[in-house]
Design a protein around this ligand. Structure first.
Ligand code: EPU
Length: 344
């Protein structure tokens, strides 16, 4: 384990923001992690856990120890007639793990192909796409609990998974995820109820084809971060009460909407942004993608300041038109490596 100083994090965040970390270390094991945390404590530094960098907004200077998670490995644990349990290192690339699962005839994750990022970040915001959320296939999450200084395993039922949410989102300073244990199906059960996925899959009802179609849909709609730096959906789809929805839909009858439990309705943030005139529009070097208005793109060498100016303008215009507040998905950090509110 080697602690480096003044490290440029631009290659490690998919929005390609210029961000220099005062201290940086790449860790490959739980022992490395403990040593790095000890170093931070001795040096009185805050800790910023860096995974795939696909859901974070970084300032230009960060005075903290950035711990880059690189614990690899996929291990078979138990199996029964229906399921196979596997434990995966937090640093494994998510998409590679999905491809691995399909190639090994393990099912459930195919709808989540091509999501950027690493396995360790997947439970944090309970990544989801095309009718599947990762929490459905998680058995438990292995963490280092910084509060109690112990390694422990948190069962999926205790992770409080819901739409783009988990306990790890609530307690980011407490848990460092080292491994994720998945319970995957040994028989394919294809989930085809999202949008036009069923048509895309057609008659070839195999997990391989489903995975291929998801990859194809994503490639046609969503920008490749290597070409157009981005963090995927920039805002969460807003969930509002049925009562509020009933009022808005009178004025906007074409509003896409998805009924939710507890008398709530989820709206499509992409549609709201599009209707507010932001699809393909830019402010300086930052704009909303021309094929999917929900994705914010850094078109040149934008700083966090530029990114914030654009997303605040989008929030403002959507609020003016629909009276709906959009909440950003990515986590915003301050100069001390701590999470800060998007509101300030
Ligand atoms: N729409 C527009 N204009 C746009 C974009 C979308 O009118 O510019 C409309 C679409 O026509 C559709 C609706 O909005 O009626 C929803 O769009 P889409 O099916 O593309 O999905 P989304 O709600 O925009 C969500 C997730 C994505 C996920 C897809 C597929 C969130 C915040 N986003 O997007 O997740 O891939 O569904 O399941 O829930 C991510 O989180 O990074 C991400 C890409």
């Amino acid at each position: 384990m080697q602690i480096q100083t003044q490290v440029q994090l631009k290659p490690f965040n998919t929005l390609s923001l210029d961000a220099t970390a005062s201290h940086y270390v790449r860790i490959h094991s739980v022992e490395d992690l403990e040593a790095a945390l000890q170093f931070a404590q001795d040096e009185n530094l805050n800790v910023l856990i860096l995974s795939g960098g696909s859901n974070m907004l970084l300032p230009e200077q960060i005075h903290a120890l950035v711990i880059h998670m690189d614990i690899q490995g996929i291990e078979y644990l138990s199996e029964d007639e229906m399921t196979q349990t596997v434990r995966v290192g937090a640093g494994q690339v998510w998409h590679d793990f999905v491809l691995w699962s399909t190639a090994h005839q393990l099912f459930g994750l195919q709808n989540l192909a091509l999501i950027p990022g690493l396995v360790g970040a997947s439970p944090v915001q309970n990544i989801g796409a095309y009718g599947v959320e990762v929490g459905e296939f998680i058995d438990s999450v292995q963490v280092y609990d910084r509060e109690n200084k112990v390694h422990c395993s948190i069962a999926a039922v205790d992770c409080d998974f819901s739409y783009r949410h988990s306990i790890f989102k609530d307690r980011p300073e407490r848990f460092v995820i080292t491994h994720v244990t998945f319970k995957l199906l040994r028989q394919a059960e294809l989930k085809l109820n999202y949008g036009d996925l069923k048509n895309a899959v057609g008659d070839e009802l195999t997990a391989e084809n489903l995975q291929q179609q998801v990859i194809h849909i994503r490639q046609t709609k969503l920008p490749d971060p290597k070409q157009y730096p981005n963090v995927g959906s920039f805002f969460k789809n807003p969930v509002i009460s049925q009562q509020v929805f009933d009022q808005i839909v009178v004025q906007f009858p074409n509003l896409p909407h998805y009924p939710q439990p507890y008398n709530e309705v989820k709206l499509a943030a992409g549609w709201l942004i599009d209707q507010a005139g932001w699809k393909g529009k830019t402010l300086g070097m930052v704009g909303m993608f021309h094929k999917q208005a929900l994705v914010l793109v850094n078109y040149e060498h934008a700083t966090l300041h530029d990114v914030r100016a654009t997303y605040k303008a989008v929030q403002h215009d959507v609020f003016e038109k629909f009276n709906i507040v959009l909440h950003p998905e990515p986590v915003l950090f301050d100069e001390n490596g701590l999470i800060r509110s998007h509101q300030d």
